[in-house]
Ligand binder design. Structure first.
Ligand SMILES: Nc1ncnc2c1ncn2[C@@H]1O[C@H](COP(=O)(O)OP(=O)(O)OP(=O)(O)O)[C@@H](O)[C@H]1O
Ligand SMILES: [Mg+2]
Length: 269
């Protein structure tokens, strides 16, 4: 894939606003050796929409997310981002095209402050280490200043400015989640993929994180969220896709899918 320029992305994003999906999977399959984890799945994600992906353990939800983000190779089907085929594009190229996903918590995350975590995730930051980023910015002070301003804007927006100089290891589960999400937002994504974002979040903070995710979608980002907590899905997701054994078994609003017979058999019981 040719790497899209900033201007190119702007135009494409504007085109998406007339109702075309930002991200589209068509007939996607993923296999691990002999195991078919995802079988002929099609779905679409739209701007300003929250799409929930639910289903029993082993249904293939994380594998599908990996296929969308480019971390996993598909064994069949195609993926389009802003209408362009990215099926063979590596994850970093898709990230430049606007897809991002929450990172696995790393040792670096723990050993950096919240502010540093955001700065290394800025668009244009080279590599994931602080040293690399600082080196890259020595030659581009304007870019660094813009990234700093953007980091503060995001911290203020999520009421996390107080934690800017706290280390990753000092944060609560909910704060870590928020930092992961804020790191993604530093890249100004069009699509945000979240795999079980509520895991490790204290129950009294779940509603807040739901509201934060809603606001992110309202800003025009397409959210794709794998989530087991059905009350979160009900609150947050405009549309829900249900998977079981690698396949999509239902799709629609939350109320529609929970009434579906097959969904009740396979998942809700
Ligand atoms: N790295 C791997 N190697 C082999 N098989 C795998 C691998 N990762 C997942 N699988 C298998 O692929 C299938 C789908 O797994 P996946 O993790 O995508 O499901 P999931 O819906 O995310 O489940 P969960 O809700 O438990 O996270 C399962 O049968 C799983 O055992
Ligand atoms: Mg999973």
């Amino acid at each position: 894939m040719s790497v899209q320029t900033e201007a190119g992305r702007g135009e494409l994003a504007a085109r998406d606003s007339n109702g075309a999906p930002v991200l589209e999977a068509e007939d996607v399959s993923v296999r691990y050796g002999g195991v078919m984890a995802v079988t002929h799945v099609s779905l679409q994600a739209y701007r300003a929409e929250t799409l929930g992906l639910i289903g029993p353990n082993g249904a293939g939800k994380s594998s599908l997310l990996g296929a969308l983000g480019g971390q996993l190779k598909v064994s069949g089907g195609s993926i389009r981002l802003h209408g362009r085929d990215v099926t063979r594009s590596p994850s970093y190229a898709r990230a430049r095209g606007g897809i991002t996903r929450t990172f696995q918590t790393t040792s670096e995350f723990e050993a950096m402050t919240v502010f540093e975590n955001l700065m290394v995730s800025a668009r244009g930051a080279k590599g994931a280490s602080l040293g690399h980023t600082v080196l890259a910015w020595r030659s581009n002070k304007a870019e660094e200043a813009a990234a700093r301003a953007h980091a503060w804007e995001i911290l203020d927006r999520f009421e996390m400015a107080d934690t800017a100089s706290a280390y990753g290891r000092e944060l609560s589960g909910g704060q870590r989640r928020l930092v992961e999400i804020m790191r993604c937002l530093m890249r100004r994504p069009d699509v945000l993929l979240l795999d079980e974002p509520m895991v490790g979040v204290a129950p009294h903070l779940v509603a807040r994180l739901v509201a934060d995710l809603r606001r992110i979608a309202d800003d025009g980002i397409a959210l794709v969220i794998v989530e087991h907590a059905l009350e979160v899905v009900r609150e947050l997701c405009d549309r829900v896709v249900v998977m079981a054994q690698g396949r999509v078994i239902a799709g629609g609003t939350y109320d529609e899918v929970v009434r579906d017979e097959e969904v009740r058999r396979a998942y809700i019981g």
